[in-house]
Design a protein around this ligand. Structure first.
Ligand SMILES: [Zn+2]
Length: 303
């Protein structure tokens, strides 16, 4: 079924250099062809540096779920797959569809692509980064949302994790992948109803902690395996959550949806002008819908 040429003989796999094998593994992973991705990853894992180890863990976690070969179409373009050590109840499936619909309705999202939710086994060492309870991957066949199956018994956390990752899928689809990370995390945390108690106090106590748009996006990219970076990453989520809440309260959630659509409605001339002037796609989309640019928004809502 794969559209790419995976039919590499075992012998040929052995002869692939680690870089080529890695590229194949990533392509297979993006196509959600997890058997191929995993066999390459497992064989060449040792050749990779630390930064790729996280990717390997991710492939391994999703592959472990796929091994159980259990999935169900939940209707409305949504499906669920689960590992052998947990079993979903009917209510779990209903909840997933309800959350996808709820996020779609709130932000007026006309979904174009299918959504696949995968529960990951509690026994797999998946990358939770110490801060988030799941992740979203843009795959060729569908939007894939991976959440720890262990959250099954914690309704509140499971719903928040699902809403957060569904929002990432929505943002990817509507902005054609052009949203900066700060906007991703702002909207995703509005979607999950993230609690922002105490956030204003933190930034008021030290105004130098309040980052500008580029700095804020970069702050999410620091190495999440290093515990020394946790406070900075935590503050980045907090600032994004605060800005997201401010935008939702001053303009409404449907307007945030319109901002996402405004990333991809530009004419050739507009795109050319943005490239010449160095205006970011986010700034253009925010001005178009909210009449405020990136920096103005960050200044206006700074506590
Ligand atoms: Zn997120």
């Amino acid at each position: 079924m794969s559209e790419l040429d995976w039919d590499i003989e075992d012998e040929r796999i052995e002869n692939l250099g680690p870089e080529v094998a890695w590229r194949y593994a990533i392509r297979a992973y993006e196509a959600d062809d997890l058997n191929v991705a995993h066999s390459l990853a497992a064989r060449f894992g040792g050749a990779w540096g630390g930064s790729l180890l996280g990717y390997y863990r991710q492939i391994e976690a999703e592959w472990t779920t796929r091994q159980a070969n259990q999935s169900r179409d939940l209707g409305d373009g949504v499906s669920l797959e689960w590992p052998s050590d947990i079993s979903p109840r009917i209510a779990d499936g209903e909840r997933i569809v309800r959350i996808v619909r709820d996020v779609s309705d709130r932000f007026r999202w006309q979904r174009q692509r299918r959504v696949r939710v995968a529960w990951l086994s509690p026994n797999v060492d998946a990358p939770w980064f110490g801060l988030r309870a799941g992740y979203y991957m843009n795959k060729t066949p569908f939007h894939k949302i991976c959440v720890p199956g262990g959250l099954q018994s914690n309704e509140t956390e499971m719903e928040a994790a699902l809403a957060h990752e569904v929002a990432h899928a929505m943002i990817q689809e509507r902005t054609l992948g052009n949203a900066p990370i700060w906007l991703h995390e702002a909207v995703a945390q509005v979607a999950e109803h993230r609690n922002i108690n105490g956030v204003a106090r933190t930034f008021r106590s030290d105004p130098t902690l309040w980052l500008d748009p580029e700095e804020l996006s970069q702050a999410f990219g620091t190495d999440r395996r290093d515990a020394a970076n946790f406070p900075g990453i935590g503050r980045a989520y907090a600032q994004a959550a605060y800005i997201g809440r401010w935008l939702a309260e001053t303009h409404g959630e449907p307007a945030l949806g319109q901002v996402l659509d405004a990333f991809s409605d530009n004419s050739f001339v507009e795109n050319l002008r943005m490239r010449v002037t160095g205006q970011t796609a986010a700034d253009e989309a925010l001005r178009q819908v909210l009449k405020m640019g990136e920096r103005e928004i960050f200044e206006a809502c700074e506590p």
